[in-house]
Design a protein around this ligand. Structure first.
Ligand code: PMP
Length: 344
């Protein structure tokens, strides 16, 4: 490989080492300095490249994956894309059980990458045989020579970020980071990054972003799974209706919940203010930053790293579609307000 000439053996050597980008405009009314960890720079356009790359290479090293074998996963889309990308590069088969909540764009992308996609209903309990967890488990048990990535319950998900995202942020901020703000879905990103950063400096505040309709915040506060917290919401990849073991709750200081509507406006604001075309959860995490700022979490000395998990291109038929926004009733935004007609 000739790194200095930017020649790579494959896309795999481009996974990770994503830049920190200073947020100059969107955070101008908040206390402190804000830097986005721009995960859209990964070759598969999201932070999930890190776990796909790491977990698959671990399985190869352990002898669990041999040429021609099959990789199986449940995924809201990004992890599926990253696994399909690594599988294509390395020549494995890839079967993905996805939630019907995933955007059509994401499902088409997975198929384009050669994955065998099984769409499962999102509105059934995780233990229901139709759920994407149960479907993936069944396919794994029926397919000889297969591995099941199981990102919500796989400690290697945490390790991937402990070994990459954490050290990168520590080095990029020269150890000056005071706060990390990140979405929690599987919890792998926030937990692994937090674990590394807390080892370096236990005073760094780790702030998790959860969705209204998800159980994570309440579980963090009470240690109990409260099913009354669960109701449908639109943001993909944020929050959960169960407790993932890939979330190390002890490494997180506080959770803040954000709404679908506020996060959608914020995703659009990021594009307009920073020229950064990032996904719905980047809007969610920035909305969380706004709420945390209002709660007095930051001061003028704060150096805050905010993880932007993926690229906006995957949401053209959702948060970046005016029709979709209007259909949700999210019209309190320039260009989306209902035009008043005088009936003439
Ligand atoms: N944002 C998006 C778009 C995602 O797909 C995910 C992963 N499901 C996350 C944020 C959260 O990352 P993690 O699973 O590591 O908590």
């Amino acid at each position: 490989m000739h790194k200095n000439l930017n020649v790579h053996d494959s896309l795999l050597s481009m996974v990770g080492c994503t830049p920190l980008i200073r947020l100059k405009n969107i955070s101008q009314h908040f206390q402190g300095e804000f830097l986005a960890k721009y995960e859209a720079q990964n070759p598969g356009l999201s932070s999930k490249d890190r776990i796909a790359h790491y977990i698959i290479e671990k399985a190869e090293q352990n002898g669990d994956l041999k040429p021609g074998d099959t990789i199986i996963e449940t995924t809201s889309g990004n992890t599926g894309f990253s696994i399909a990308m690594v599988a294509a590069i390395k020549g494995y088969k890839c079967i993905l059980a996805v939630s019907s909540k995933s955007s059509k764009d994401k499902i088409s992308l997975l198929k384009t990458m050669g994955a065998d996609v099984r769409v499962c209903p999102s509105n059934v309990a995780p233990e229901d045989p139709r759920s994407y967890y149960e479907v993936a488990k069944r396919i794994h048990s029926e397919t000889p020579g297969s591995i099941y990535i199981n990102q919500y319950f796989n400690d290697l998900n945490i390790d991937a970020h402990y070994l990459t995202t954490g050290p990168e942020i520590w080095a990029q901020t020269e150890g000056e980071i005071t706060h990390l703000v990140a979405c929690s879905g599987t919890g792998g990103t926030i937990s692994g990054t937090a674990r590394y950063l807390k080892e370096k400096n236990p005073n760094i505040r780790i702030l998790g972003i959860d969705a209204f309709g998800s159980v994570l915040q309440k579980f963090h506060e009470t240690g109990k799974l409260d099913k009354s917290e669960i109701y449908p919401y639109k943001i993909e990849g944020l929050g959960k209706n169960l407790i993932p073991t890939a979330t190390d709750f002890s490494s997180i200081d506080k959770f803040t919940k954000v709404s679908d509507e506020d996060s959608a406006y914020m995703a659009r604001d990021i594009a307009r203010a920073e020229g950064m075309f990032v996904g719905y959860t980047s809007g969610a995490v920035m909305q969380g930053v706004k709420q945390l700022d209002e709660e007095g979490e930051f001061d003028s000395q704060s150096k805050v790293v905010v993880i932007f998990p993926d690229h906006g291109s995957r949401y053209m038929s959702k948060v970046f579609s005016d029709e979709w926004m209007k259909a949700q009733g999210f019209t309190n935004y320039p260009g989306l307000k209902e035009e008043k007609t005088n009936g003439k």
